[in-house]
Design a binder for this molecule. Sequence first.
Ligand code: HEC
Ligand SMILES: [Cu+2]
Length: 317
Amino acid sequence: MEEGFRLIPEQASAFAARYDLLYWFLTGVCGFFALLIVVLIVVFAVRYRRRPDREAEQSSESLGLELFWSVVPTILVMVMFVWGADLYLDETIPPKGAEDIYVVGKQWMWKVQHPNGRREINELHVPVGRAVKITHTSQDVIHSFYIPAFRIKQDSVPGQYRTMWFQPTRPGQYHLFCAEYCGTDHSRMIGRVVVMEDMEYQTWLGGYTAETPVEAGQKLFVDLDCASCHESGRRQRCPTLGGLYGTQVRLADGRTVLFDENYIRESILDPKAKVVAGYQPVMPTFRGQVTEEQILALIAYIKSLSPNAAVPERSTK
Ligand code: HEC
Ligand SMILES: [Cu+2]
């Protein structure tokens, strides 16, 4: 977190340099044309100003000129589109084997949970050089998870899971902001990201024994009585949840839906919204009975029942 004036934030993730290049390209192209237009306005205003000895005259059309100013901008805009879309896709789809970290935003803090159960608030410890996938949501209003040095920012929306990922390239400490005005203490909804060497990170993680989200979820699954319906004993009435993650589920109304975090979440809070084909809509809603973190734990547990899940992921380039 070097302070002092900087035009753009420091670069600390694999995306940063790629983003900045695109950014400078866009700024350069726009700056060039803005300047060109201003200069031409001034030159033409002077050169073609009204003079007593000159009459205005109509000039004929020029096909060459018209083609030129249609084709050149089209090419430039297509370059921007392809370049931007490529970067956007890379940023959207996390690679295989990324470190899976859950984040819940609330007024006015970020709550973070690591795969082994270690929790932290307004701090995010991550290993350098490894891909880190953030699954985040909000417990109240819209927040926005923003790490300038990594060039990532995404809104945390209540009732929705979003994912993003990054690969830190330099150990150090970086700013974490909420980038969406979310109430009185929005400006204090800040934290820091600590990028550590992998070994150091493992020690940091390991020096802590807590329930993992999977264990917490397994317990909740029994405590909330999910198990009494969903465990294979009563298979005829309720679907077993093993092996489903990442597959397409057929619904009673003929649609199919991807069995992912958002679908599990909806099944828990609003089970009648999407009823599985072949089953009765007898599952009660758990809205108001489970916190965001408990839902995340249940999801982690249900995901763990599908060890070979093929989720939309890509291998690292
Ligand atoms: C009263 C029995 C009952 C209880 C309790 C129950 N469920 Fe269900 N659940 C069902 C039935 C029946 C379905 C299939 C029909 C539907 O989609 O609503 C279902 C569907 C689901 C699905 C979608 C499954 C699929 O194949 O797509 C998920 C996920 C789920 N339940 C999770 C849970 C969780 C988590 C809990 C506990 C918090 C829970 N259920 C509690 C009966 C139950
Ligand atoms: Cu906020």
